[in-house]
Design a protein around this ligand. Structure first.
Ligand code: B12
Length: 215
């Protein structure tokens, strides 16, 4: 199957919220040597389309969860394949990533995890609904260079500031670069809370992380 056809097949599978079809198509992508990065980018865009459908009640919660599960499973399949292409060196700076307290959204965080792993970082995904202390304790434990904090809702975005304040309170602010992102997040929000970096998408996150560590 040609690239374009597989891209369409994956978009259709996600829009149909068909977890099995998403996974099968991901396997086909790998078997046929289709461009995985192009596929991931199309999948992210499709999740946003699905989000719009959710908002106007064309798609409902259980379906959306199936699409999200398929998305995560596909990322797990893609990651080792992308690593084989050798973009990641032996000395990979460590990163911790997670979604803030009260936030259960995983898809964007998973996408950032995959793209940063492929981009040469060793990323530990801490999960969702995390206390500020979890981000920081885990970052200390693995000697991470960057803490990535995801928040998808206006009700949870303030938790990104809590992570930064907690770091300061512990006297650890200079030890880590902190990157923030997620739907309601902007560069000016990131600046206002004193984060080191912001990116609006997963590809941008890799570039920002590299720039932060180069400085
Ligand atoms: C899927 C989804 C869910 C799923 C989550 C499933 C899962 N496993 O993730 C479910 C159904 C569980 C859910 C629940 C809820 N959701 Co919801 N959800 C969405 C939806 C439709 C899509 C999110 C998504 O996956 N986007 C696709 C990914 C690829 O994009 P992304 O997450 O933005 O991530 C990209 C960037 O933001 C960035 N990024 C993300 N994180 C980070 C981190 C760093 C460090 C960096 C640099 C970059 C970065 O890179 C990513 C990749 O490019 C959005 C609508 C939307 N259009 O976004 C609503 C949305 C986020 N949800 C919303 C709400 C309100 C809720 C609920 C309260 C219930 C409800 N009323 O719908 C609950 C709350 C649950 C909770 N406590 O967290 C609102 C938030 C509104 C707001 N501004 O506050 C939204 C915007 C929908 C809306 N318009 O009402 N949701």
């Amino acid at each position: 199957m040609a690239n374009q056809e597989l891209l369409q097949k994956m978009k259709d599978a996600l829009l149909a919220c068909d977890e099995d079809a998403v996974i099968e198509t991901a396997q086909e992508v790998i078997q046929t040597g289709t461009d995985i990065l192009e596929m991931i980018s199309a999948m992210g865009e499709t999740m946003t389309v699905l989000g719009d459908k959710f908002q106007v009640m064309e798609v409902f919660l259980p379906e959306l969860l199936l699409a999200s599960k398929g998305f995560k499973a596909a990322m797990r399949l893609f990651e080792p394949e992308l690593l084989k292409s050798g973009t990641a060196g032996a000395d990979r700076p460590k990163v911790v990533i997670g979604s803030v307290k009260g936030d259960l959204h995983t898809v964007g965080k998973d996408m950032v995890t995959t793209m940063m792993t492929v981009g040469g970082f060793e990323v530990k995904d801490l999960g969702i609904d995390l206390d500020a202390s979890t981000f920081i304790n885990e970052a200390v434990a693995i000697d991470a260079k960057i803490i990535c904090v995801s928040a998808l809702m206006s009700s949870t975005i303030a938790q990104q500031k809590v992570v930064l304040e907690f770091l300061k309170a512990k006297g650890l602010r200079d030890q880590f670069k902190v990157m923030v992102g997620g739907g309601p997040c902007t560069q000016s929000w990131a600046d206002s809370i004193g984060a080191d970096g912001f990116a609006k998408d997963a590809v941008g996150a890799v570039a920002v992380a590299k720039r932060l560590l180069a400085n």
